[in-house]
Design a binder for this molecule. Structure first.
Ligand SMILES: [Zn+2]
Length: 268
């Protein structure tokens, strides 16, 4: 059965990326009654701390704190997010299943290759998901190297196969980019003053990553330090928007204004 479509889907390379870059915004949207979801491309098996299973548990807990309706992790290898046809198809499948109106992608530049690759991969998947002639299950089966018989039987199952009706073409209306990982001026910020504490709590749900411990001590900052870094960033972007805490985003399109009197953010 097809669940109701998501209003907003945030896609990121690693579990905890969404919590760090746009968790407050997702929570705020859920509090406004929108259905939100998170797609993690990888499962975190390359992390210095904790196993993929630990991170799955922590991700579920964080999703509960952020009041998301849906969360899933794909099986793309951690540390090796590549913009391949097969990986794009995996994301297309999710987009057609969940049918979000808004997709939040990572910014297209960054230090970690998984992050910027996830951005391009996500954008191209949003485009492909709208192509009427793309049968995603057949294409995935071909890409996975399944036998011609399997591919043929998948094809023969169309269009009567009830299981495929939820995979009709779908293209999101809006794509925005969460830019917190990169030093770039955002085109808008979302006020998360009310959601800030829950956002920190969602991030701290990743106990294997953020609690003070010996493993990886040289590369992971201590918990208090993490909290104050998160706060400084949120305050910085809050200042740009004239509020206490905010998260930064870029949209490629121009802003559309109806009434000049209602434009927010003071000029002088
Ligand atoms: Zn990451």
């Amino acid at each position: 059965m097809l669940a109701s479509p998501l209003d907003i889907l945030a896609l990121a390379a690693h579990r905890d990326d969404v919590e760090q870059t746009c968790g407050g915004t997702l929570l705020k949207m859920a509090q406004r009654g929108h259905r939100t979801g998170i797609l993690d491309l990888t499962q975190g098996e390359m992390g210095t701390r904790g196993s993929a299973e630990d991170r799955a548990r922590e991700a579920a807990e964080a999703a509960t704190i952020l009041c998301t309706s849906w969360r899933q992790a794909l099986d793309i290898p951690d540390g090796r997010v590549e913009n391949t046809w097969e990986n794009r198809l995996k994301v297309v499948r999710v987009l057609r299943e969940q049918r979000p109106r808004v997709v939040i992608l990572p910014y297209w530049k960054g230090r970690h290759p998984d992050h910027y690759t996830a951005s391009v991969l996500g954008y191209e998947a949003c485009f492909l998901a709208g192509l009427g002639k793309l049968d995603v299950d057949v294409a995935l089966s071909v890409a996975a190297g399944d036998s011609p018989t399997t591919v043929a039987s998948l094809r023969a199952g169309r269009p009567q196969d009830v299981g495929t009706t939820d995979l009709l073409p779908h293209r999101p209306f809006k794509i925005i980019y969460a830019t917190l990982y990169y030093d770039v001026r955002p085109t808008f910020v979302v006020d998360i003053t009310e959601q800030f504490e829950s956002r920190v709590e969602a991030l701290m749900a990743y106990r294997t990553q953020f609690s003070d411990q010996e493993a990886g001590k040289g590369i992971f900052p201590a918990r208090d330090e993490i909290r104050s870094r998160i706060e400084s960033m949120a305050r910085f972007y809050g200042t740009l928007g004239g509020v206490t805490y905010a998260e930064p985003f870029i949209q490629k399109e121009v802003g559309l204004v109806d009434d000049l009197i209602l434009i927010p953010v003071k000029s002088i």
